[in-house]
Ligand binder design. Structure first.
Ligand code: KG4
Ligand code: ZN
Length: 354
């Protein structure tokens, strides 16, 4: 079974093809979802001058990019529209004008080729990205899909949540940020530091050369009373206050130290909340996802927490952590397998509970 995935919820226009092989697809377990093509047209350079995504500009770029991206994905897979079995598209949450582009493209393809269509929740896509594998993995060392149930830590530009993943399609949010998302904090602090947009990858890079204990920054929400709630806006304010007092770091080493100190504060909160969620739920595996899951400090922090507790840890390669369509095709496949079908009334929705 081949599923075409489409994603345009923010500033990435993406198309992918995933393949689930016949016999395996019929099994109740988790057959490998193999990525045959994976194309992402990013608009970050266009939005960088505004320091964030401009919704109308994003929507117009998606209109320009969507057909070329689909054509490129099909070419990469060596397939035509006639070789597809289903279409999965992000229906929300996201920027409404942006979402509409992939939704309409997906509906057009499904209608023209008489294919089943399914609408996917963007965050469900992130949560299931660790189920993706490559053709190499399928042929050689088998990719081990995360077991169910498991604890999901989803950290992106718009969301930071701890989720009990009971099963495909059954998600329970255990705790979430009360204010900024982790990725948003990276981007806002990076903006103050003049690192451009999005600043997460840049901070990650600089932090690798810095001293995480150089600048004392607060660790928020760590009292038991706070449970699994998180907060990142106090940290952002503390970083801003530090800059006001001391000015912009002078020189690369000072910049690296501040980035490392900020990143360590984010990672410590996320790791400690994950540890608390493991205590509370007794779950035996952790799956990290979302754009911030590309962060090396966070990947290492969670890997060592899970190592200490002898718990399995899963995270997708960085390219499937940030926005992409392979994760949407993957989540779409599991929805299709449950018998879910959308019709041509499928619409984009800006806000959508998981
Ligand atoms: O999941 P995503 O691609 O889009 C949303 O659904 O929001 O996440 C984007 C966020 C941005 O805030 C970006 O700065 C952050 O993920 N990000 C990172 C890294 N790569 C992307 N943050 C920290 N370290 C990274 N390596
Ligand atoms: Zn995302």
């Amino acid at each position: 079974m081949r599923v075409l995935g489409l994603e345009s919820s923010c500033d990435e226009t993406a198309c992918a093809v995933v393949e689930i092989t016949g016999a395996a697809a019929a099994l109740a377990g988790s057959p490998p979802v193999v990525v045959r093509a994976d194309v992402v047209a990013t608009q970050t350079a266009i939005h960088a001058r505004w320091g964030g995504v401009v919704p109308e500009v994003a929507a117009r770029q998606h209109v320009q990019n969507v057909i070329p991206v689909i054509a490129e994905a099909l070419a990469q897979a060596g397939l035509t529209l006639d070789d597809l079995d289903a279409v999965a598209v992000t229906r929300g949450p996201g920027l409404i004008g942006a979402l509409l582009v992939a939704v309409q493209a997906g509906k057009a393809i499904a209608f023209a080729r008489g294919l089943p269509l399914v609408g996917v929740h963007h965050l469900e896509g992130h949560l299931l990205a660790a189920y993706l594998s490559t053709a190499d993995a399928a042929g050689g060392a088998p990719h081990r899909p995360p077991p169910l149930p498991h604890l999901g830590l989803l950290v992106s530009g718009g969301h930071s949540s701890l989720v009990r993943v009971h099963d495909f399609g059954r998600y329970e949010v255990l705790g979430a940020t009360q204010d900024d998302a982790a990725g948003e904090a990276f981007d806002k602090v990076g903006k103050l530091l003049g690192l451009g947009y999005p600043a997460g990858p840049m901070i990650d890079q600089l932090a690798a050369q810095g001293n995480p204990r150089a600048v004392a920054l607060p660790r928020a929400m760590l009292g038991q009373r706070r449970g699994l709630q998180m907060s990142f806006s106090g940290l952002k304010t503390a970083a801003a206050a530090h800059l006001q007092r001391h000015g912009l770091p002078q020189g690369e080493a000072a910049m690296a130290d501040l980035c490392a100190s900020f990143q360590a504060a984010v990672v410590e909160q996320l790791v400690r909340k994950t540890a608390l969620a493991l205590d509370q739920t007794g779950l035996g595996a952790v799956v990290l996802s979302g754009g911030v899951a590309a962060n090396r400090g966070l990947r290492a922090g969670l890997a060592s927490l899970c190592g200490e507790r002898k718990i399995e840890f899963f995270v997708a390669p960085p390219r499937w952590c940030t926005d992409n369509a392979a994760m949407i095709a993957c989540a779409g496949y599991y929805r299709l397998r449950r018998g879910e079908r959308a019709d041509l009334t499928l619409n984009a929705v800006a806000s959508l509970p998981l």
